[in-house]
Design a protein. Structure first.
Length: 576
């Protein structure tokens, strides 16, 4: 039973009456994968198409791993015969990627050098290296996809960053956690990783909040305990801390078998009737990728969570992008306290098919929700092409898996959203839209990045934060310096920067673009055989507090064994 009311719907999916099934035609991949049952028949406009084993045949033919799915148990606990049923090729998480590689569906990357030598420019202020553990090889040194938060306690200078870090020692683990006690001037990576134990195997996808009411940090990832742990074989596990340095195991917001792309937010507004309530959203691919949210129901440890609330089911598949709500420290007269938002994306069946943004909004602390379609028309996504290892996903060359996802933020009745779309000249621009009536209607999108002068100057994967007085910061990956194409990791045109832009009036006007990274960054590789080859992080979740926007990103300026590797970088950006 769903609590979601659909406000607007403009699309009717049709299957072409003639011609083959193609990735870029009217028939999207997602329609194939969402059947979930061999032999199931679906009728569109009076025509019936039998799916049988067609999804698996198409996927096998379109990826570089020629081996067909068969009854073979992987180290993740996923049997290769379940690839279609669990929609693994639509999932973003590390467990799905590892299973696909072990089943021969996508190729494994291979490291070329070993040793703990570190070369290149180690970042210095204003850019700070967050993921600072030493690596024994460039094939086990993938650190990216991050979320950052600052404590709200007056006088406390703690910053925590949670991110993906494939560190197989001493146990298989994809999580990394770092803390700072000086507002981000220096960071300490916690070793051994604190989230490697307590909920089975950690497969990354970082979430993080600081709960002001409880005076505690909460961080989590997708976890797997195939022996029957509380979070299930692929659910959401949490840990908690009072200082950001020492962590203990907490509860599971959801116990699942195929959860993916989870997000988290906490209501830190004392004026809210739901002050201290935490929220988690995710896609559940055990039921064809349906979109759910849950919320905390107590203010003690361990935290208890509500039954999942269904936001969207069926076609089109809508990706969970990010959760948000009102910024901290809103005035006592707060008409919109209790508003929560989940940004989602209709990916059009994958590939380079057109996209459409959704914003799910709740005015009663997450109990009921409304689905608002944000775009008057569908838009073309960013991308230089498709990931060769898994052509469901679009790729920003040479290895960035990106479908146009962004980040929302809210202040009062103004809700912000930044995302990526096909560029005017290049393969990607940063777009921004806002609502001034708590998410009911949305403005015509505008381009935030400076105009391009050639087709090589791509921009992608934006993050957004907003403070309690409407100062907005948007940052993104940027190749404005490029004059040649990016095809291979070592191509000069693949280097990039982290750029940003700010508004001091809730998005009415915007200042000039400015560099957040303090140099042009070499493009990192992905040589880790335990991570999908088309990957450099899927998101970076930014936050803001007390006049500072906290920004993290994937950085490639450090090399190990002669190869640029992925690291997480940080900057504290003053707001205007």
């Amino acid at each position: 039973m769903t609590n979601v009311r659909r406000v607007h719907w403009t699309m009717t999916r049709r299957i072409p009456r003639t011609g083959p099934l193609t990735l870029h035609g009217q028939r999207p991949w997602g329609d194939l994968w969402r059947t979930g049952e061999r032999g199931r028949e679906m009728n569109y406009k009076g025509r019936t198409y039998s799916y049988l084993a067609l999804p698996l045949m198409i996927l096998t033919a379109c990826v570089l791993g020629p081996a067909p799915a068969r009854a073979q148990m992987t180290s993740t606990g996923i049997d290769c015969s379940q690839i279609a049923a669990l929609h693994l090729l639509q999932q973003e998480n590390m467990r799905a990627g590892l299973a696909l590689m072990e089943c021969g569906m996508i190729p494994r990357p291979h490291g070329t050098h070993s040793g703990d030598d570190v070369e290149g420019d180690t970042p210095a202020p204003p850019n700070i290296l967050v993921s600072n553990r030493s690596c024994v090889s460039n094939s086990s040194c993938t650190k990216s996809e991050s979320t950052v938060w600052h404590t709200t306690v007056p006088g406390d200078a703690t910053v925590v960053v949670n991110y993906n870090d494939h560190n197989p020692n001493p146990v298989q683990n994809y999580s990394g956690t770092t803390f700072s006690t000086d507002n981000g001037a220096t960071f300490t990576e916690i070793l051994p990783p604190p989230f490697a134990t307590g909920h089975g195997t950690n497969f990354g996808d970082p979430i993080l909040v600081y709960n002001k009411r409880l005076g505690r940090w909460f961080a989590g990832d997708l976890v797997s305990d195939v022996s029957g742990g509380n979070c299930g074989s692929q659910g959401i596990g949490l840990w908690t801390s009072t200082d950001g340095a020492t962590w203990t195991t907490d509860a599971c917001p959801h116990s699942g078998s195929a959860d993916d792309r989870e997000s988290m937010w906490v209501d830190n507004n004392p004026s809210s009737g739901c002050y201290g309530r935490m929220y988690a959203s995710w896609n559940d691919f055990s039921v064809s990728g349906d979109l759910y949210v849950t919320y905390s129901t107590n203010h003690t440890i361990p935290v208890t969570w509500s039954a999942p609330v269904l936001l969207h089911t069926g076609m089109p598949f809508i990706r969970d992008v990010q959760l948000t709500g009102l910024s901290d420290n809103v005035p006592s007269a707060c008409a919109t306290c209790g508003q929560v938002y989940v940004a989602g994306m209709d990916e059009g069946g994958g590939g380079l098919n057109t996209r459409q943004n959704h914003m799910f909004r709740s005015a009663n602390c997450g109990m009921t929700w409304t689905d608002v379609i944000m775009d008057a028309t569908r838009f073309n996504p960013p991308g230089d092409g498709l990931c060769s290892s898994n052509p469901y996903f679009a790729q920003m060359n040479p290895i960035w898996r990106h479908m146009g996802w962004g980040q929302p933020g809210a202040e009062g009745t103004v809700v912000h959203y930044a995302y990526a779309a096909k560029g005017v000249l290049s393969s990607g621009d940063i777009l921004y839209t806002r609502s001034t009536n708590a998410g009911l209607t949305w403005s015509t999108p505008i381009v935030l990045n400076d105009p391009e002068t050639n087709g090589f100057q791509s921009h992608w994967m934006p993050s957004l934060s907003v403070n309690d007085v409407g100062k907005v910061t948007v940052s993104w990956y940027d190749r404005r310096q490029a004059t040649t194409a990016c095809n291979l990791v070592t191509d000069p045109g693949c280097s990039y920067q982290r750029f940003g832009v700010q508004s001091l009036n809730n998005g009415v006007t915007w200042g000039s673009n400015f560099a957040i990274s303090d140099q042009v960054i070499p493009q990192p590789t992905q040589n880790d055989p335990g991570v999908s080859p088309c990957y450099a992080g899927d998101y970076d979740y930014s936050t803001a507090l007390d006049g500072i926007a906290y920004v993290t990103w994937t950085d490639g300026r450090v090399a190990v064994g002669g190869v640029q590797v992925q690291n997480v970088e940080f900057a504290a950006v003053p707001e205007p």
